[in-house]
Design a binder for this molecule. Structure first.
Ligand code: ATP
Ligand code: ZN
Ligand code: MG
Length: 320
């Protein structure tokens, strides 16, 4: 089949850095080799069979590595109700990444006005109304509203795979607007949540290394928005709340990219969703997130775009 791809144009006229060049090079290779399809908007791709084959293998290996958790499987749509989104407080920390769904609720007259604007070549989305739905930016969000007020002794383990949307358009093929995370979430006591995060870091690292990737585990420094965000960011680093599994996708001299993370939320979700442990204390939570597209693309970057020619050990680790 011949596939005609629109071409996404860079929206900057600044001189490209070495990192920009490396990103453009990888992106070009993934498109030229038919791994990804350009949909004409930065960070939005179609995926082909070879991508799906590796992606499915990565996901299956991630699931095998967490099998001992015996986690309850939950799957959600790519959108969440505004009320649920509100309780996560995401809009306070990352307003620039959030995105809402809107829909047309007008009458015939409003429709005619929309079409007239469209005929004039104008944008017509302003004729749509907010639909009280948000695109889910982190796949564990819907979990916290569903597990009941009291978390049973021993806590709850949840296996959540789903779509994430973050409004961060980029020509870096590692930074997508629409992607998937497989998260292994624990809700329980302060000690069990911390143990969930800490005790599983070595295993996650070993899994990613078994794919041939060089991994560093580093404290995360998330880009919390605005001035209040600076305080949150400092808090995250000082309290070592979140760790990232980073790898050199663009060579040893350029910055590493996070392909997974291990995040302790402390009582953040417990407080906003009213979750308690059996002793009446506020529940704590933690999640391990595998960034499925990032791991997959890191593998293509390192091993090339023909998985049948990958090293036998790597293929064995992935079950390919
Ligand atoms: P970064 O610091 O690179 O923006 P993050 O800290 O925002 O990453 P998390 O919120 O921890 O990422 O999300 C969990 C995982 O989801 C990340 O480790 C990464 O693998 C993946 N991920 C996050 N943002 C993107 C994106 N824009 N495109 C593709 N994968 C992503
Ligand atoms: Zn999470
Ligand atoms: Mg981010």
């Amino acid at each position: 089949m011949t596939i005609t791809q629109p071409t996404t144009q860079p929206d900057t006229d600044q001189a490209p850095t070495a990192l920009d060049a490396a990103r453009a090079d990888l992106r070009g290779r993934l498109l030229a080799d038919g791994v990804l399809l350009d949909l004409g908007s930065p960070g939005l791709y179609g995926r082909t069979g070879v991508f799906e084959r590796v992606y499915a293998a990565v996901d299956a290996a991630a699931v095998r590595s967490q099998a001992d958790l015996d986690a309850d499987v939950l799957r959600f749509p790519p959108v969440e109700p505004l009320a649920a989104f509100e309780r996560t407080d995401y809009i306070a920390s990352f307003p620039d990444l959030a995105a809402a769904v809107s829909g047309f609720t007008g009458d015939d007259r409003a429709h005619r006005a929309l079409l007239a604007a469209r005929d004039r070549g104008e944008r017509w989305e302003s004729f749509l109304e907010p639909a009280d739905l948000m695109l889910t930016p982190a796949v564990c969000h819907p979990v916290y509203g569903l597990i009941g007020d009291v978390v049973p002794a021993g806590g709850r383990n949840l296996d959540v795979l789903g779509d994430s949307f973050r409004r961060e358009p980029s020509l870096d093929p590692m930074r997508l607007q629409a992607f998937h995370m497989h998260e292994f979430v624990h809700v329980g006591t302060p000690a069990s949540a911390r143990a969930h995060r800490d005790d599983r870091i070595p295993g996650m690292r070993a899994l990613l290394e078994s794919f041939g990737l060089g991994i560093d585990v580093v404290p995360a420094n998330d880009p919390f928005f605005g001035r209040v965000g600076q305080v949150l960011a400092r808090n995250q680093v000082e309290q070592s709340l979140k760790f990232e599994f980073v790898t050199h996708v663009y060579g040893p001299d350029l910055p590493e990219t996070a392909i997974s993370s291990a995040n302790l939320h402390e009582d953040h979700f417990g407080t906003s969703f009213g979750l308690r442990t059996e002793d009446g204390a506020v529940a704590h939570s933690a999640c391990l997130a595998f960034g499925l597209e990032r791991i997959t693309i890191a593998l293509f970057a390192l091993h090339g775009t023909a998985p049948d020619r990958w090293d036998g050990d790597v293929r064995a680790a992935l079950g390919l």
